[in-house]
Design a binder for this molecule. Structure first.
Ligand code: GCO
Ligand code: MG
Length: 404
């Protein structure tokens, strides 16, 4: 069997997705997610112009070899564009392997280690009453773990806070330029502990609560936030400092016992290596789509397992159902699975990407269809062409561009 055709489909059923479709000489189709929020077309071109032609006539069963061919062969390694493109190829090849074997991918990865993957979803509110309502709604939907994000007094809008409904906070809008948000770290640090105090008073101490700081703090500020949140027993505090400086977490770790999670912008095991080896984090959050696919993330997770670090895959709505399915097959089988982020897709997205995975009573299961369990309605997808959309840019009140 050989790879006969490689197609890149860029579509925007409510938001942009880049999808790779590989067809073999036996007519088996493999799908991969290559979506890089706000930089979608760069990955599409990498796949179309540089990777697609190299895949023709290769043996689709040689997943590891193809991964190395694309990674080492290019000379220019790593980076989100390269690694999302390689990830898409990798997912599609695992999908094909599962279909050929007649097995769901989790069976190829060693079989189920649990009955389902515990999921957390987002609750957001501009103020406390809104946030409390939002938590209630998510609990009614069946979630057993909640990431809580809140508006900050004095700031107009904060990234991650829903406008009309709490699944759809981002992108802030489509357009040729990103929107701008004003950020004030002192106001945030003063406010957030009281948010979790009120959530604990309202929902008790057993509900796992998570919070995302979106890389906006210095190590000193992160240490202070961690200490201030300790009484509220968070499941994790996410992305406290900018992700490209792993040693920043040494200082944070020295000062707080709050569990730390990081990794949604990582694209290689080398981004995680020091954090794992020095046990500076408790959860590794790489997205399968942004970190080289199943083949590479499996290595990151195996290294994490050695250091008692559990997984917490990135799963917002900009990860397509294909990327989420890949995370669920890995999550169901990995010994050190921790939790899976689940930000539901809009119904139209679920129509374009029909999926075998299901959410039931707080847990996600990848389903038992052969491969990843996703089929693409290409005709429907092409009715929604790409639209330019960016993540917002954060700046301080004086206009200085800020980390996020
Ligand atoms: C999360 C994330 C997302 C990202 C988004 C960027 O934890 O879900 O931080 O909201 O910001 O995926 O594209
Ligand atoms: Mg995050």
């Amino acid at each position: 069997m050989k790879i006969e055709d490689v197609q890149v489909i860029v579509s925007s059923p409510t938001r942009n997705f880049v999808t790779l479709k590989i067809r073999t000489s036996d007519g088996v189709i493999g799908l991969g997610d290559a979506t890089l929020n706000g930089r979608e077309l760069a990955v599409a071109s990498y796949l179309r112009d540089h990777i697609g032609p190299l895949l023709i006539a290769r043996d689709p069963s040689q997943i590891e070899d193809t991964w190395n061919y694309l990674y080492k062969g290019a000379y220019w390694r790593r980076g989100p564009v390269t690694m999302a493109a390689i990830a898409a190829v990798d997912m599609a090849l695992w999908d094909i392997k599962g279909k050929v074997a007649g097995l769901p991918v989790y069976q190829l990865l060693g079989g189920a280690s649990r009955e389902g993957c515990l999921a957390y979803t987002h609750a957001t509110g501009a103020d406390m009453p809104e946030l409390i309502d939002s938590v209630h709604r998510q609990l009614e939907l069946g979630y057993r773990a909640i990431r809580a994000q809140s508006g900050v007094p004095g700031l107009d809008g904060v990234y991650g806070i829903g406008r009309s409904d709490d699944v759809d906070y981002e992108p802030a809008g489509r357009g040729a330029r990103p929107s701008e948000e004003t950020w004030d770290t002192s106001a945030y640090l003063r406010h957030i502990p009281s948010v979790f105090e009120q959530l604990r008073n309202q929902f008790g101490h057993e509900l796992p609560l998570l919070h995302d700081a979106h890389h906006r703090l210095t190590p000193q500020q992160a240490a202070r936030l961690g200490k201030d949140l300790e009484p509220y027993d968070l499941f994790w505090l996410e992305d406290v400092t900018p992700a490209e400086n792993p040693s920043a977490l040494r200082l944070v770790r020295q000062h707080t016992t709050i569990p730390l999670a990081i990794g949604e912008v990582f694209n290689s095991i080398w981004d995680a290596e020091l954090l794992l080896r020095e046990q500076l984090i408790d959860f590794i959050r790489c997205a399968i789509v942004h970190a080289g696919g199943i083949t590479h993330v499996r290595k990151i997770w195996s290294m994490a397992e050695l250091y008692q670090v559990r997984t917490g895959s990135h799963g917002p709505s900009d990860v397509s159902p294909i990327g989420l399915a890949a995370a669920l097959h890995m999550g169901l089988s990995a010994p050190n699975f921790g939790i899976q982020e689940h930000m539901r897709h809009q119904p139209l997205v679920d129509e374009v990407f029909r999926h075998a995975y299901r959410f039931d009573d707080g847990y996600l299961h990848p389903g038992d269809e052969p491969g990843l369990g996703i089929s693409l309605d290409e005709e429907l997808a092409t009715r929604y062409p790409y639209e330019c959309a960016y993540l917002p840019v954060a700046h301080l009140p004086d206009g200085t561009v800020h980390d996020w």
